[in-house]
Design a protein around this ligand. Structure first.
Ligand code: GCB
Length: 634
């Protein structure tokens, strides 16, 4: 068994109930190859990597299609030797200067240019439905960095990325929605660096998610790329939060030769609070102090963020952090000790508009979340079905929206595969470690609508325990399916998924009145059962409607009238579920989905309450009014 990474152990100890830390470490679905949490956690966390000192490499990059994967394999299908550089990495101009007759089949240095971040589905009509391997090239001069370390950090690349700098492979990453970093200190040169990235969007039965989803695959480098510059020893991770008993708790982990015995100072100037300590032999320190009375707790109504700095040796990391508590008591969800009802909606990572890019800028995030908070009177968003950009979660902190954050364990993941579990846990670790300091996030979701089986149950158990091991301060949930029957002429739904025992909050996707044969007029009288005593969220419900299509006479499917009926019926049902504590209907905005091809849809899932360009459908106002009343009640 490999040695656990120091900080993983640290956080397990810090978050597990007293006397139980080793139990938390036991992974019930432990992969046969003895993988440990060390295998699923990134080598460098680079906490706040999006904000740290550095330079952005976003902007113009060359792109070159490689449908036959020639850049990876030679003529006979043998992989190229990654240590010797690649076909794609040869500077054709240099080589031609030496031998004007040299033969090249690729010339990425003269290939077309696009803007990174973005997705190739928007580059060109030819790439609109491309699913495969794409090469990217960025040439750049390095910033001044004497004596410092340099990391290449990608916000996300969908789905797999192989990264080469100056002809050397610096690393690979699997997973389309989480950040990754590689150290390049010794490879970087002052001038003319060649950064080549092979991004492969192709998924398989062994990927997370697998091939079939209900959303568009945005292949490409979809989030910012940065060179992050740190001192030799630096703050790799910090976890700063308010505990349920009202204390500040801080865990800091340093990386680098000088990580042991280093003084660490965590300051929140607005609260006149400074916590000091010295790292242990592993470069870790845990600090805690009573929260001052002047602390204003973060909530959707008071999204107060404090400037926090962590200083260690030559390094300083700054963040803006809100402080709040979240817990479950019986069937209630308590925010800062008070019961709260989650007035939410689900969201895919797509900006308003028709350009197929998926570029979540601050203004795109503000526009989407603003529609939820001010348009719908909401206080909550389900960021489905994968980790959204850090721009989005930071914006939720700033604007005051509670967040459900999810990993792309969706539908038919290969639950009996230890390799797939490892990939999913790695994504989970990258997501949680990126966002543990976001007050807005209250729920880590371990997946969506997965069919019950023994393999799935142990996979989910491992995921739930892993989430708690990294962050024991938030609630764990999953969007489940439920058990429907007709009893005494009424729709009768029982939540009897065995995974319920592993979850803090139940969540069910329910589409009666849209999918299946139930009529929407029968939905209000649905009876719900759960023996768990835990709070329930309706994590999805919705019906397709094309904006502007009305059918007052027949209320036919895809009309706005039908969608209004569906919302009225489902909200009436919701009012009668005694243990319901919130909802995130499907979905704020119509989103691209290649599997939706009727004349009403034309490649869009039309369950949005607003169209792709942001026009509000009538059902938007139904939910907005419902939430206005709910907000007044609570
Ligand atoms: C679901 C899925 C979601 C789909 C939605 C639909 O249950 O969780 O990803 O997009 O239904 O529209 O069918």
């Amino acid at each position: 068994m490999k040695v656990l990474k120091h900080w993983v152990l640290a956080f397990v100890m810090a978050t597990a109930p007293l006397g139980a830390p080793m139990a938390v470490l036991a992974n019930p679905a432990a992969p046969a190859d003895n993988a440990t949490y060390a295998d699923v956690t990134p080598q460098y966390i680079l906490v706040n990597g999006d904000l740290r000192t550095g330079v952005s490499l976003s902007g113009p990059w060359h792109w070159s299609l490689d449908p036959y994967r020639d850049g990876l394999y030679d003529f006979h299908g043998k992989p190229h030797d990654p240590t010797k550089g690649r076909a794609m990495d040869i500077s054709v101009a240099d080589a031609m200067a030496k031998n004007p007759n040299a033969l090249f089949e690729h010339d990425i240095h003269r290939a077309p240019v696009t803007q990174v971040p973005g997705s190739w589905i928007g580059y060109d009509p030819e790439t609109r439905h491309y699913d495969g391997l794409m090469w990217y090239l960025k040439t750049f001069d390095a910033p001044a960095r004497s004596g410092k370390r340099v990391f290449l950090r990608f916000g996300a690349a969908d789905y797999r990325a192989d990264v080469y700098l100056n002809g050397r492979k610096v690393g690979s990453h699997e997973g389309g929605f989480t950040p990754f970093s590689f150290e390049v200190t010794d490879i970087l040169r002052d001038k003319d660096n060649n950064l080549i990235v092979a991004v492969d969007s192709k998924r398989s039965a062994d990927t997370v998610p697998p091939t079939i989803t209900d959303w568009e695959t945005y292949g490409g480098i979809t989030r910012d790329v940065r060179l992050v510059i740190t001192p030799q020893t630096f703050v790799d991770d910090d976890f700063i939060r308010l505990t349920k008993d009202g204390r500040f708790a801080v865990d800091v982990a340093l990386e680098g030769a000088g990580k042991a015995g280093t003084a660490v100072e965590v300051a929140i100037p607005a609260l006149k609070l400074t916590l000091k300590g010295t790292t242990d032999a592993h470069g870790r320190v845990s600090l805690s102090a009573a929260a001052p009375k002047s602390l204003k707790r973060w909530s959707p109504d008071t999204p107060v963020l404090y400037d926090v700095t962590v200083k260690a040796g030559d390094d300083t990391v700054s963040d803006r952090i809100g402080f709040r508590t979240i817990e479950v008591r019986g069937a209630d969800i308590l925010l800062n000790g008070e019961p709260i009802y989650l007035r939410g909606i689900s969201l895919h990572e797509e900006e308003f508009g028709t350009s197929p890019q998926r570029i979540i800028t601050q203004s795109a995030a503000r526009a989407l979340l603003g529609e939820i908070k001010y348009g719908l009177n909401g206080n909550y968003v389900r960021l489905s079905h994968y980790p959204h950009s850090e721009v989005m979660t930071r914006m939720a902190d700033e604007m005051g929206l509670l967040v459900w954050s999810e990993v792309p364990v969706y539908w038919t993941v290969k639950f009996d595969s230890p390799t797939v579990l490892k990939a999913a846990q790695r994504m989970q670790a990258e997501n949680i470690l990126r966002d543990r300091n976001r007050a807005s996030i209250i729920i880590w979701s371990i997946g969506n609508e997965t069919p019950i089986s023994d393999a799935r149950n142990s996979f989910y158990t491992a995921m739930a325990q892993h989430a708690r091991a990294i962050d024991g301060t938030r609630l764990v949930s999953a969007a489940l399916l439920s058990h429907r029957q007709i009893v005494d002429g009424r729709i009768d739904i029982t939540i009897d998924d065995p995974i319920v025992s592993e979850l803090d909050v139940l969540a069910v996707n329910t589409y009666n009145g849209w999918y299946g044969n139930d009529k929407i007029e029968d939905v209000p009288n649905t009876v719900w059962h759960s023996a768990s005593g835990k709070p329930l969220l309706l994590s999805e419900f919705g019906a397709d409607a094309q904006y502007g299509h009305f059918d007052a006479d027949h209320h036919s499917r895809f009309s706005e009238d039908y969608q209004v009926d569906f919302y009225n019926g489902t909200l009436a049902m919701a009012d009668k579920i005694p243990f319901l504590r919130g909802m995130s209907p499907w979905i704020l905005k119509d989103f691209r989905s290649p599997r939706r091809q009727t004349t009403w849809q034309e490649g869009w899932n039309r369950k949005g309450l607003v169209s792709e360009t942001g026009q509000r459908k009538r059902a938007f106002f139904v939910l907005s009014e419902y939430y206005r009343k709910k907000a007044a009640e609570h």
